[in-house]
Design a protein around this ligand. Structure first.
Ligand code: FES
Ligand code: FES
Length: 166
């Protein structure tokens, strides 16, 4: 059946099997391989993307369920020349080792920071409990999210100061 999904701001129409998972739609139909498959039990979080603005595990959603909706993947949140603050945070704090879990960690963390711009360490760990890092680099992952939260709040402060001056 035909589905149209808006991925990273662009509509894609494909004829898919009704049983196709969103993660396979992204990887196999659109070649967006930054979204990973790390398990077959919906536990690892490597496949996390945003669907309609919420972080979801794309191995738990059918492509047909995303018909007409907006999906954001790791490819859509920053560029090499203009990293998202979370990407910069993972870079600065060495928040990755093999990097397999990193896209999912970043997408899950982006949702956290949208709702809670200044999370505590405990809140970060709680929010990321559905994302596994097989390299067990959790300490630096938490630091990376804190780094991003600090950068985003500094940028927000600068914007407010600028608006007050204008
Ligand atoms: Fe989706 Fe592991 S691949 S949770
Ligand atoms: Fe290797 Fe997390 S960095 S799985």
């Amino acid at each position: 059946m035909n589905v149209t999904v808006n991925v990273n701001g662009k509509p894609y129409t494909r004829d898919v099997e009704p049983r196709m998972l969103l993660v396979h739609f992204l990887r196999d139909e659109l070649a967006l391989t930054g979204t990973h498959v790390g398990c077959d039990t919906s536990q690892c979080g490597a496949c996390t993307v945003h669907l309609g603005g919420d972080a979801i595990k794309s191995c738990t959603v059918l492509a047909v369920q995303a018909d007409g909706l907006d999906v954001t993947t790791i490819e859509g949140i920053g560029t090499a020349a203009d990293l998202h603050p979370l990407q910069a945070g993972f870079w600065a704090e060495h928040g990755l080792q093999c990097g397999f879990c990193t896209p999912g960690m970043i997408m899950a963390s982006a949702e956290l920071l949208r709702h809670n711009p200044s999370p505590s360490e405990e809140e970060i760990r709680y929010h990321l409990e559905g994302n596994y890092c097989r390299c067990t680099g959790y300490h630096n992952i938490v630091k990376a999210v804190q780094h991003a939260a600090g950068a985003m709040s500094a940028a927000q402060g600068q914007r407010q100061e600028q608006a007050a001056d204008d």
